[in-house]
Design a protein around this ligand. Structure first.
Ligand SMILES: Nc1ncnc2c1ncn2[C@@H]1O[C@H](COP(=O)(O)OP(=O)(O)OP(=O)(O)O)[C@@H](O)[C@H]1O
Ligand SMILES: [Mg+2]
Length: 291
């Protein structure tokens, strides 16, 4: 398969970001950025449903909505009136992250919502020296202030762009989780994303690594989907999670009800896949801790 960027599409990718599985300390909270500058690949769907699945198996989870579209907030049932404090205020320095966090209908799952204001924050903080570290500092302050029940996972839903918002997410994260849609141009842009991760690791956040690649919207009836899976597994090797998220209409219906698919239809294939992905991620984390 051809990568339109001209990047190689065969053979594992070398380089530090793919070297040791995870670099930094593994103490909670584990901060994972859901990033891919391609639009519509399943970042938000994965943030919402992986977050829900992690909470369902006992983790305390914060989803940080860093996309001005606010889809993660809406998909979790947080209407616009219930977002008086948002990630915009956090990044612009007007409010603490703690004050932005709201509960969701899922026990142990919280969200720091976003609003369209976030579109303007890049310009507002463009000349600040700490502009790439704003989110990191906000998370550090949050963790200093929490009592004996801290978040164990923070999932950051990034916008479809490698802009300052995504750079803030990568600077604040332990690792990146890359959703890739099983479609013809799945690998397009992946090299650029890996390069950006490497640049952030070198200049801003030495502990950053790739946690894994999750294949989304897999359709077993479509031969192309199978070919894409083979290509991505060849390109990214063991970084690709075993679990694939199938294309499933219940997954796409759930956000319009303001619910994660696990609450909307626990038995459907999409819900089951996200539960499996959560346990695979926890297993990976355990293996890393033991290493
Ligand atoms: N497994 C799935 N089965 C069916 N539809 C899905 C699945 N995953 C995501 N979708 C749908 O695909 C669309 C894009 O998903 P999503 O919003 O999660 O992508 P995204 O990467 O966050 O997009 P953006 O780049 O715009 O933020 C949505 O309409 C979503 O409901
Ligand atoms: Mg999104």
């Amino acid at each position: 398969m051809t990568d339109r960027t001209g990047s190689p599409t065969a053979g594992p990718v070398p380089g530090p970001v793919l070297g040791p599985a995870l670099g930094g300390p593994l103490a909670p909270p584990r901060v994972l950025a859901l990033a891919n500058q391609k639009g519509g690949v399943g970042k938000t769907t994965t943030a919402i449903n992986l977050g829900t699945a992690l909470a369902a198996i006992g983790e305390k989870v914060l989803i940080l909505d860093l996309d001005p579209q606010g889809n993660a907030s809406t998909g979790l049932g947080i209407d616009r009136k219930s977002r008086p404090v948002s990630t915009y205020h956090v990044l612009s320095g007007d409010a603490s992250l703690a004050s932005a966090i709201v509960e969701t209908s899922v026990p142990r799952l919280h969200v720091a919502p976003s609003t369209l204001d976030l579109l303007g924050v890049e310009l507002e903080i463009a000349h600040e020296r700490n502009r790439a570290h704003r989110l990191r500092q906000a998370i550090d302050t949050l963790m200093q202030g929490v009592g004996d029940d801290p978040f164990t996972y923070i999932l950051i839903d990034c916008p479809p762009s490698l802009n300052l918002l995504t750079i803030n997410a990568l600077t604040a994260s332990d690792a990146v989780l890359v959703p890739l849609q099983c479609e013809f141009f799945a690998l397009e842009g992946l090299s650029q994303l890996l390069k950006t991760v490497e640049q952030v690791r070198a200049a801003l956040n030495p502990r950053l690594s790739i946690h894994g690649v999750v294949l989304t919207m897999f359709d077993p009836r479509n031969n192309l989907s199978g070919q894409v899976v083979a290509d991505v597994r060849q390109f990214m090797g063991a970084k690709v999670y075993e679990t694939m998220i199938p294309r499933n209409v219940r997954v796409s219906e759930a956000p319009s009800h303001g619910k994660p698919v696990l609450l909307y239809d626990l038995k459907c294939a999409g819900s089951q896949a996200y539960l499996k992905l959560a346990s695979e991620i926890i297993q990976r984390e355990r293996a890393l801790r033991a290493a």
